[in-house]
Ligand binder design. Sequence first.
Ligand SMILES: NC(=O)C1=CN([C@@H]2O[C@H](COP(=O)(O)OP(=O)(O)OC[C@H]3O[C@@H](n4cnc5c(N)ncnc54)[C@H](O)[C@@H]3O)[C@@H](O)[C@H]2O)C=CC1
Ligand SMILES: CC(C)[C@@H](O)CC[C@@H](C)[C@H]1CC[C@H]2[C@@H]3[C@H](O)CC4=CC(=O)CC[C@]4(C)[C@H]3CC[C@]12C
Length: 369
Amino acid sequence: MADSAQAQKLVYLVTGGCGFLGEHVVRMLLQREPRLGELRVFDRHLGPWLEELKTGPVRVTAIQGDVTEAHEVAAAVAGAHVVIHTAGLVDVFGRASPETIHEVNVQGTRNVIEACVQTGTRFLVYTSSMEVVGPNTKGHPFYRGNEDTLYEAVHRHPYPCSKALAERLVLEANGREVHGGLPLVTCALRPTGIYGEGHQIMRDFYRQGLRLGGWLFRAIPASVEHGRVYVGNVAWMHVLAARELERRAALMGGQVYFCYDGSPYKSYEDFNMEFLGPCGLQLVGARPLLPYWLLVFLAALNALLQWLLRPLVLYAPLLNPYTLAVANTTFTVSTDKAQRHFGYEPLFSWEDSRTRTILWVQAAGSSAQ
Ligand SMILES: NC(=O)C1=CN([C@@H]2O[C@H](COP(=O)(O)OP(=O)(O)OC[C@H]3O[C@@H](n4cnc5c(N)ncnc54)[C@H](O)[C@@H]3O)[C@@H](O)[C@H]2O)C=CC1
Ligand SMILES: CC(C)[C@@H](O)CC[C@@H](C)[C@H]1CC[C@H]2[C@@H]3[C@H](O)CC4=CC(=O)CC[C@]4(C)[C@H]3CC[C@]12C
């Protein structure tokens, strides 16, 4: 992969390329990776928007496949220079079983690693998560922490457990010999809560507010800070890490990097209001309208109802014991490791990220009415 950009055109594979983050990674690669010769987009559900990408100079290959199927992954990876592995089940609402979450997030990642080793693909960037670190089950705050901050990562929920195990597999695979005799070089990127165009939870909050006459009701104290990062900057970090992984293999190989930008530290709800406010919603209450013990009770009731109703219907509200605990625990990062290791600087300012997100929410909301 060391040849100049003009000499050799590279093959990239993006797993989960039709997801919220994946689509931004796909579009960012097409816009900002000059060495790209072929872009393979691998996903269980292919988006219709892929067709519009096939008219450009880069060959875009849509591959409908399942990362839990090793042979499908191997076929997609074969011949790729770089794999950006974003595919995963992002479920903290109880929609999928713990077994399915593990199968996709862990076994799927194992399949990607083995495919790289068997076919000779040398560079793998994995989309991990802040959740690999925390918040932990003890509710310990992680305040302006970085990749070296000591923190007791204790998980019980299937999602963070699966992300932590998958990340460990990726980092441990760094240095393994791939077909052809050269070493595999891996790194893992840990986004905090991603926001931006395509964020379905933000859209759900907006629609919930519209249904409630333009009001949202505060459930979390404003003092609880939650780190957020704009999807375009997360995509850019993936593109840059993939580009630099060869040249800086000794430094970057086996490393983790938090994803960060200039988005402000706010509570999850106050941060959402940066976009929902300009769209006409108002957050009621300077402090939570309900006592925490009542929220805990309501979250537990939701979990019980989900369990009772599961044979009949999927009941998966935003409020459950896990989401309440995460929302109610400060988790913010302050780091420059990605800048120091591979020259990352956010591509989108906070103001630009905010404007783009507002425009998207307005469009998504109008399509809901
Ligand atoms: N959304 C967020 O706030 C954060 C997300 N992440 C990570 O970023 C990655 C992408 O997340 P999002 O874009 O938010 O989720 P998403 O659900 O929008 O995208 C995931 C994509 O993976 C695909 N996928 C799921 N199971 C698959 C399978 N078995 N085979 C092939 N494709 C499969 C889905 O069809 C989807 O297109 C995930 O790995 C997630 O853990 C990390 C931190 C924060
Ligand atoms: C109902 C209220 C308590 C409301 O405030 C609940 C918000 C809740 C749905 C979100 C609060 C924190 C979010 C998570 C956080 O951003 C970290 C994440 C990282 C990921 O890898 C995937 C998404 C998520 C778990 C994210 C999910 C939604 C929240 C729990």
